[in-house]
Ligand binder design. Structure first.
Ligand code: 13P
Length: 231
């Protein structure tokens, strides 16, 4: 079971240190469990922790003239070996195209990082029905090597992100089952995962973990999600 925390544009380096300390007090990892925390770029550091710390984003370059971006050199300084790619906020707000997302994927695959690759459909596609959803999600694998051994997929329906309206157990089960036919990799669910719905979501057979935004920001709440996954 994989429990991933995406802080997005929340927390500082100081706050992330305190968070990881607090989380260590609350969660002792079982052998079959992993926790991966994605703090903002300015909070990347060489943390003394059993949890994996990853980058939310980086530019597909070792270094170079890309003002405002960070590359593999900046990740290397802190031993960062995991990265989120394809999050809907980057696709939609930052305008990342599928071909750019695929370029990032190829670069960080080549660099050997673990990749949490995010996909997810907007509401109008969900409303068009299951076939439309699967066609949309399939297109988000264009240019992506789905056989990469360090690939973890995160299914995050856009309409469920930050809305308090998670997908239903039936929706998640059906979508993950269809995704398993496309990609034989661990698949996380993300979108309004909270301590009170994490148990039923993590009990779904085709769910290998969760990617949590707002409910991961407090160590207490994220620890409660881990506990729910064990129940
Ligand atoms: P929320 O848990 O806040 O809905 O965010 C989900 C998400 O986007 C994680 O990457």
């Amino acid at each position: 079971m994989i429990f991933a925390a995406n802080f997005k544009t929340h927390h500082t380096r100081t706050a992330t240190h305190a968070y990881l300390e607090a989380l260590k007090e609350k969660v002792s990892l079982r052998p079959e469990e992993r926790i991966v925390v994605f703090p903002p770029a300015t909070a990347l550091d060489s943390y003394d922790t059993d949890f994996t710390v990853g980058a939310q984003n980086a530019y597909p370059t070792y270094n170079g003239a890309f003002t405002g971006e960070i590359g593999a050199e900046q990740l290397e300084e802190f031993g960062i070996r995991a990265i989120l790619i394809g999050h809907s906020e980057r696709r939609e707000i930052l305008g990342e195209s599928q071909s750019f997302v695929a370029e990032k994927f190829r670069f960080f695959q080549e660099a050997g990082l673990e990749i949490v690759y995010c996909i997810g459909e907007p509401l109008e596609v969900r409303e068009a029905g299951d076939d439309a959803v699967i066609a949309f999600l399939k297109a988000q694998f264009e240019g992506i090597d789905t056989t990469y051994e360090k690939l973890i997929v995160a299914y995050e329906p856009i309409w469920a992100i930050g809305t308090g309206r998670a997908a239903t157990v039936a929706e998640i089960a059906a979508t993950h089952a269809a995704l398993k036919d496309i990609v034989a990799k661990p698949i996380l669910y993300g979108g309004s995962v909270k301590p009170n719905n994490a148990g039923e979501i993590l009990a779904i057979e085709s769910v290998d973990g969760v990617l949590v935004g707002s409910a991961s920001l407090e160590a207490d709440s994220f620890a409660a999600i881990v506990a729910a996954g064990r129940a």
